[in-house]
Design a protein around this ligand. Structure first.
Ligand code: PEP
Length: 251
């Protein structure tokens, strides 16, 4: 059976925002979302951990939900500087990003650790947004599909389902660069990812987001592709009007 996959637009604020501008952005987004009838997509914003307890209440009552940018594999313990999935849930999060390429690169995170983080997120009742994507060298070498297949096999935990897991395809070379793959390349990769989903996951219900320089100007083209079920947005999520316009492009 063909599933109607509801689009998800996720904003990754990364390490940006102090209370004043973070709150202003959250309030403006909540106001826009609250005023619109029948939102065409699900929304989530992932502020830095320091802002979760401020942004959460600002979004309360709006259709925009809260997410974390990373979590530890353990629920608690001696892990200085880390935050657990249970803590994110306690702070009001519904989602958490795991395996973002910046964490894979900056913190040496590999597929097995990403899978353990996703499992911890799911155990805490969160939806894990699991990021995968090839580097430019891997694409140039014709290895993009093989690399992403390996990441999917290694980064999705055994018990994952389409209800508690979202995949974000983010070619590393497209993040923050203003460059994107062609629509044909994006569609081909998303179809490939769907075909690689482990048998335990209902692949036809799995939401697969595209991420990497999504802007209002290219959102409609990318979001209308058959296997693109939303977007993970970095830079443009910091500009409320742009982030809003990307969601509207799912109509
Ligand atoms: C990201 O970092 O997840 C991302 C997609 O960034 P940008 O939209 O800025 O390319």
């Amino acid at each position: 059976m063909e599933h109607a996959r509801r689009p998800l637009i996720a904003g990754n604020w990364k390490m940006n925002g102090l209370r004043a501008d973070g709150l202003e952005r959250a309030r403006a987004l909540a106001a826009l979302a609250g005023a619109a009838d029948a939102p065409p997509c699900d929304w989530v914003v992932c502020p830095p951990a320091s802002l979760l307890l401020a942004v959460g209440p600002a979004l309360a009552g709006s259709p925009v939900t809260l997410g974390g940018q990373d979590c530890h594999t353990a629920a608690s313990g001696a892990h200085t500087g880390d935050v657990s999935a249970a803590m994110l849930a306690d702070a009001g999060c519904r989602y958490v990003i795991v395996g973002h390429s910046e964490r894979r690169a900056d913190h040496g995170e590999g597929d097995a650790l990403v899978a353990a983080k996703a499992a911890a997120a799911q155990a805490a009742g969160l939806v894990a947004i699991v990021c995968v994507g090839e580097t430019e060298a891997e694409r140039d070498a014709g290895r993009a599909h093989a690399v992403v297949a390996r990441q999917i096999a290694g980064s999705l935990p055994a018990g994952a389902s389409a209800l508690d897991t979202v995949v974000a395809y983010e070619p590393v070379w497209a993040i923050g660069t203003g460059r994107t793959p062609t629509p044909d390349d994006v569609q081909a990769m998303h179809a490939h990812i769907r075909s690689c989903a482990p048998p335990a996951i209902d692949a036809s219900a799995l939401r697969i987001l595209y991420g990497g320089s999504v802007k209002p100007g290219n959102a409609a083209t990318l979001l209308r592709l058959a296997d693109v079920d939303g977007a993970l947005v970095g830079g443009a999520s910091l500009v409320v009007e742009d982030f809003w316009a990307i969601g509207e492009a799912t109509r």
